[in-house]
Design a protein around this ligand. Structure first.
Ligand code: NAD
Length: 377
């Protein structure tokens, strides 16, 4: 029975879910989360990546995964990965073509077209080549499912990101065209379009003092995705529960692509008026703000958050925090600039005339945060 056989009423993971799954870009981020998810649910994985050290870690996690160091822009590497699946596990049921690279920079910059060629080679040629290599093995299994990782950046443009935008848009129509070609052979081909997801690729953006919060404010759910949330969407598309779905692109983006682009911060802040508390406990200058931040995160300790670091960098106060298993991010303020930001929009802190004037807890999924008690020291 192939992975496309729908069994009414059966949970996806107990029905005829994929048995042997090839995943590219499996050493990190979304691909790694997917590799984990499939092996934890009892399936076999062939993990492909250029990052040998990352693959070695996967190999240490048990024999459910076979690893291959290879560049997915190279046709021979994709063929070798399929051969490894057949050799080690005897079949291939699903393929997750997830390896990808970013490509930012102005069009007129030195070397920009060479960069474009490389981005297209990995992100587009790599996906086409991966599908081409896998088709005979999937056909031999009686059908299968392929998921490629596109991006919200394939649905529209981002500043300075034209090469990446082009490559991720190409994946979407590549998937549509090939889905049509192979549908009659019971091979389903779909794409996910992740929005901002916390991985190595986005670490610099997530932690950027200005860009991070600005990006978060544009995401309707007011937070970045965890890679596991992308992995679950991939899982769904390769499972029998998606047996009638082919040629689609599924945004997994917290509503980002549905958003017309208006910054949400104001709207959410208006909604959260009951949660807003005046901060009038001090002078609002840098040290005072630091105290306030400490108070805040000490309160959060009650809900098992830990401050991983708190630093005062020049005029900026940065608190790095984590709530185990739920959320992590930063909060920082820039006294004197009229504004303060928080990562992942747990809260906003407004500074006027160099003083913290209010602190707002956002009514997002972290209702737990609303348990914060006490008053500013
Ligand atoms: N993180 C996001 O916000 C986001 C959003 C939309 C789309 N995506 C896409 O998700 C996919 C996974 O990215 P991630 O965010 O997990 O980043 P990541 O950097 O954590 O993981 C990407 C992995 O792909 C591997 N890789 C890169 N080029 C390769 C190649 N030529 N051959 C084999 N392996 C290669 C890297 O070594 C790395 O392990 C990418 O296609 C990316 O474009 C990510």
């Amino acid at each position: 029975m192939s992975t496309n056989t729908y069994i009414p009423g059966a949970p996806a993971d107990e029905a005829d879910a994929p048995r042997v799954v090839l995943i590219t870009g499996a050493a990190s981020g979304i691909g790694h989360a997917a590799a984990r998810l499939y092996t934890e649910r009892g399936h076999r994985v062939v993990a492909v990546d250029v990052d040998k050290a990352g693959l070695d870690q996967i190999a240490e996690e048990g024999d459910a995964a076979a690893t291959l160091v290879g560049d997915t822009a190279d046709d021979a590497a994709n063929e070798a990965a399929v051969a490894l699946a057949l050799d080690r596990f005897g079949r291939l049921d699903a393929v997750v073509l997830n390896a990808g690279i970013g490509g930012a920079g102005p069009l007129e910059a030195e070397g920009s077209l060479a960069r474009l060629d490389r981005v297209l080679a990995v992100n587009v040629h790599g996906v086409a080549s991966g599908i081409r290599a896998a088709i005979p093995a999937l056909r031999a299994t009686g059908g299968g499912a392929i998921v490629a990782t596109s991006s919200v950046s394939g649905l529209r443009g981002d500043p300075g990101t034209w090469a990446y935008n082009a490559s991720k848009a190409a994946i979407i129509n590549l998937v549509r065209g090939l889905a049509v070609d192979y549908a009659a052979e019971n091979i389903r081909i779909n794409a996910i379009a992740p929005g901002g997801t916390v991985t190595a690729m986005t670490a610099a953006q997530v932690s950027h003092p200005v860009l991070g919060p600005e990006l978060t404010a544009r995401i309707p759910v007011q937070r970045w995705a965890d890679p596991h949330e992308q992995a679950e969407a991939i899982w769904f598309l390769t499972s029998p529960a998606a047996s009638y779905i082919t040629g689609v692109v599924l945004p997994v983006d917290g509503g980002l692509s549905a958003n017309g682009g208006i910054l949400l911060e104001e709207l959410v802040a208006a909604d959260a008026v009951d949660e807003t508390r005046a901060y009038s406990g001090g002078t609002g200058d840098r040290d005072d703000f630091r105290q306030h931040a400490l108070w805040l995160w000490e309160s959060v300790q009650d809900v098992k958050a830990t401050i991983t670091d708190l630093i005062a960098e020049g005029d900026r106060v940065v608190v790095y925090w984590r709530i185990e298993g739920i959320h992590q991010g930063t909060i920082f303020g820039v006294p004197g600039t009229g504004k303060a930001f928080t990562g992942n929009s747990i809260s906003t802190i407004t500074i006027q005339d160099g003083k913290v004037v209010r602190y707002t807890v956002l009514p997002d999924r972290l209702g737990i945060i609303k348990q914060i008690g006490g008053t500013p020291a």
